[in-house]
Design a protein around this ligand. Sequence first.
Ligand code: SAH
Length: 347
Amino acid sequence: MRARSEAAERLENEGTLPREELVQLLTECDDPTLERLRGAARRTTLGRFGDGIYVRGLIEIGNVCRNDCLYCGIRRSNREAERYRLTSDEILGCCERGYALGLRTFVLQGGEDPSLGDGPLAELIAEIRRRWPDCAVTLSLGERSEASYERLFRAGATRYLLRHETADPELYAALHPGMSHARRLECLAALQRIGYQTGMGMMVGVPGQNAGTLADDLLLMERFRPEMIGIGPFLPQRQTPLGDAPAGSLRLTLLLLAILRLMHPAALIPATTALATLAPEGRNLGILSGANVVMPNLSPPAERKKYVLYDHKAAFGCEAAEGLAALDRELHAIGRRIDYGRGDYRG
Ligand code: SAH
C-alpha cells in the first residue's frame, strides 16, 4: 500500500519509474492510487494545454490489407470483410466536408494496401495541402520503405501514426504472422529521422500481454519519445482468431493513460474510438485521465461500417465529424471544449 503510493508520488515528480515499480503499479494499483494518478495526469494536461481538446478528422481510406494480424477485422484472411478503397476524389470530398466543420487535421488511415503507390498518394497529399494549406496531414498506413516515408513527407504529410503494438518481440511475432518487431522499430526510427511527428502505442488487454510486457511498452516509448501516443482497449472482432477473447479493461486503460501523460507531459494523446466503444463514458473518462485529443470519424458513412477493426465500432454521434457540436457539449460537461487549432506537437 505504502509502496504503491510512493511509486505514484515518484512518477508524478520524476516522470518515470524503474521497470519493477511500473509492473507493481500495473498489477496492484488500488482505487485511491488510480484516482491520484488520474488527478495528477489531468492537472498536467490542463497545465500544458488548458481546457482545449484537439480534434482530428479520421478518414479510413481503405480496408484492403496484405497483413494478417490476429486481432484485426480487416486482416487478409477475413473473407467476410467487404473490401473497399476510397478514390482520391472521395478523400478530397471528406477533407472538404471536414474543413467546413472546422477540422484542421486530416488523418488518412487504412490497411497496408499494396496497390497504394507512392506516386498517387504523394499527389493526393500535395493536393490536400494545396487546397487547405492551413491543415495538417497525418498518415496511418502501416509499414512502408524509408524512401516512401520520405517522399510522402516531402509531399506535405508531417505526422505518422504507427503503433508499436507490443514491446515483446515474441508476442509481436505471434500476433503478426510474417511480420517482425525489429522491422516495426526500424520503421519508427525512419519516421523520426525524416522528421515526422510520430505516434506509437498499443492495445490494452490483447491476449498474451501482461504487466511485464506493458511495463516494457512504457519503457520503449520512453526511449523513443513519440510526439503522439495512441492506446485503447483490445476489442474482439468475431471473424478473427481472437474473436472469443475478452475485451481489454477500462480501468487498466485509464491507468495507462494517466501513467503515459505523466511520462510524456507534452504528448498528444487521444481518447481513442476503441475506448469510446468499450464504455459509454469511455471518451470522457479518457480525457479525465490525461488524454487531450479526439479523432471524429470523417469517412463516408457507408464505408465506416466496412472498416471493422473490431465489432460494434463507435462511428456516429460524438465519434463522428458531423457530431462535433454534440461532442463539444459533452466536453463542456467535464469542463473542456474543442480546440479547433492544428494542434502540432510543442515540446
Ligand atoms: N494498418 C495501419 C493502421 C492500423 S489500424 C497500421 O498498421 O498502423 C490502427 C490501430 O487499430 C492498430 O494499430 C491497432 O492497434 C488497432 N486495432 C486493430 N484491431 C483492433 C482491435 N481488434 N481492437 C482494438 N484495437 C485494434
